[in-house]
Write a protein that binds this ligand. Structure first.
Ligand SMILES: Nc1ncnc2c1ncn2[C@@H]1O[C@H](COP(=O)(O)OP(=O)(O)O)[C@@H](O)[C@H]1O
Ligand SMILES: [Mg+2]
Length: 368
C-alpha cells in the first residue's frame, strides 16, 4: 500500500499544494516552522480522520480562511482509492472514500494503517495515563473493528453514567434502577475491552522485546505492566464497591478508562530509573513493534512517518534506523529533517527509490 498523491487546500500553513510521492522514501527538509510536520499531520488525517496534534478540526483551517480540504490517492493491492476530508468552519467534518461519505468515521479506521514516530512520543513516558491508553487502543483499533465499536459504546455509556451521577448529586436523589441499566452496559463493554487489551499485550510484548534488543544491542528485558483499576476483583463487584466514592466525586472511578500501563526495564520502572538513552531506545522499540504488529495483523505495510527523529538519536542510530526502514520489511516512509545535506548524504550511495522535497513557508518543491 502507498499514498500516490496528496493535495491540501487551506490546511494549516498551506494554501494550495499537490504532491506526488515515491512508493518508498519521501523526505521533507526545511527550517523549523516551515510546515514539514503539517504535511505528516495531513497524512494522519487521511488514516485516522483527525489530526495527530490538535483535536479541534477547525483550528487546522488556515488562518482567515473558511475551510480546509485534505485529499489523498492511495494504491492498495493494485486498486486505487481516493480519500477526502473537508472541514468548513462551524460545520461537521465531511469524510469520503471514493466520493462516498461515511456514515461513521470508525468504518474508515484501519483501511490505510499508519505509524507515526514523533518527538512527542516521550509523552508516553512522562505524560498522563491517557496517552498510554491511546497508544494501546490506537493499535488495536487499526485491526479490530469490534474493539473500536466497543470502545465507542463504552465511552458513550460512561458519559451517560457520569451525567447521571452528577444529576443525583445536584438533585440530592438516587435512582438505583436507572443506574443499574447503565452499569450493565458499562460492565459488558468494559469486560470485553479489558480482555482484548490483555490478549493484545500477550502478543505484543515478545515483539517489543525483539525490537528493543535490536536497537539497544543489549540483553535488557522490557515489559509492559497493565495496571487495571478493577484489579483482581470481579468487574461487577468493583463497580458496586466503588459506587459510594463515584457518587461523591460524580464520575466513574473504575474501568478501562482509568487503567494505566507501567513501562518496565529489567524489572524496574523506566520513568524512574532508566537513562535517557534507554528511554529513547524503549520508545523507538515500542513504535517499531507497533509497526510490525499492525503489519502482520493487516497483512499490509503501514505508512511510516518519522518526524524529526534525528533529534532523538545519535548519528549512528539514526543511520541504522534509516537503513532498517529502507529495507523490504517496511513500505512507504515519510521523513522530516531540518538538514537537507544530512538527508542527501544519507542516501548518496543508495539507489533506493526516493524523493526529497524542500519545504519553505507554505510551499513544497521537489529537489532531487
Ligand atoms: N491553522 C493554521 N493556519 C496557518 N498557519 C498555521 C496553522 N496551524 C499551524 N500553522 C503554522 O504552521 C507552522 C508550523 O508548521 P510545522 O509543520 O509544525 O513546521 P515544521 O517544519 O517545524 O515541522 C507554523 O508557522 C504555524 O504558524
Ligand atoms: Mg516539525
Amino acid at each position: 500500500m502507498h499514498l500516490k498523491q496528496l493535495s491540501l487546500i487551506n490546511f494549516k500553513n498551506y494554501s494550495d499544494i499537490s504532491l506526488e510521492f515515491s512508493e518508498k522514501i519521501n523526505c521533507f527538509v526545511g527550517n523549523n516552522g516551515y510546515g514539514k510536520t503539517n504535511i505528516l499531520d495531513a497524512l494522519h488525517y487521511l488514516s485516522f480522520c483527525k489530526s495527530f496534534f490538535n483535536s479541534i478540526d477547525s483550528q487546522n483551517i488556515k488562518h482567515n480562511e473558511g475551510f480546509f480540504v485534505v485529499q489523498g490517492i492511495y494504491n492498495k493491492n493494485g486498486e486505487q482509492s481516493e480519500v477526502y476530508c473537508g472541514q468548513k468552519r462551524n460545520q461537521k467534518k465531511v469524510f469520503k472514500r471514493n466520493k462516498k461519505e461515511y456514515d461513521r468515521l470508525s468504518e474508515h479506521i484501519g483501511l490505510f494503517p499508519l505509524v507515526m514516530i514523533s518527538p512527542g512520543d516521550s509523552e508516553l513516558i512522562n505524560g498522563s495515563s491517557d496517552g498510554r491508553r491511546r497508544f494501546i487502543d490506537g493499535i488495536i483499533s487499526q485491526y479490530d473493528k469490534v474493539y473500536l465499536e466497543k470502545l465507542i459504546a463504552y465511552n458513550q455509556v460512561l458519559k451517560q453514567r457520569n451525567a447521571l451521577l452528577k444529576q443525583f448529586h445536584e438533585s440530592r436523589s438516587f435512582d438505583s434502577i436507572t443506574l443499574e441499566i447503565w452499569d450493565e452496559q458499562l460492565i459488558l463493554h468494559g469486560k470485553s475491552i479489558l480482555q482484548t487489551r490483555n490478549d493484545f499485550l500477550k502478543e505484543f510484548i515478545p515483539l517489543f522485546n525483539k525490537h528493543y534488543s535490536n536497537i539497544s544491542e543489549s540483553e535488557e528485558e522490557v515489559n509492559l505492566n497493565y495496571e487495571s483499576s478493577i484489579g483482581e476483583r470481579d468487574y461487577k463487584t468493583a463497580v458496586l464497591t466503588s459506587l459510594e466514592r463515584d457518587r461523591i466525586v460524580q464520575y466513574t472511578t473504575v474501568g478501562p478508562h482509568k487503567d494505566d500501563m507501567e513501562f518496565i526495564i529489567n524489572g524496574f520502572s523506566l520513568k524512574k530509573f532508566a537513562s535517557q538513552g534507554q528511554q529513547k531506545s524503549y520508545l523507538l522499540a515500542l513504535k517499531l513493534a507497533q509497526f510490525e504488529f499492525i503489519k502482520s495483523k493487516k497483512n499490509t505495510k503501514p505508512l511510516l512517518l518519522l518526524d524529526d527523529v534525528y533529534d532523538k538519536l545519535d548519528e549512528n542510530r539514526f543511520k541504522k534506523l534509516i537503513e532498517l526502514v529502507s529495507s523490504d520489511n517496511f513500505g512507504q516512509v515519510f521523513i522530516t529533517d531540518t538538514h537537507p545535506e544530512r538527508i542527501r548524504d544519507l542516501f548518496s550511495f543508495s539507489t533506493i527509490d526516493k524523493k526529497i522535497f524542500l519545504v519553505e513557508n507554505g510551499s513544497v518543491k521537489l529537489c532531487n
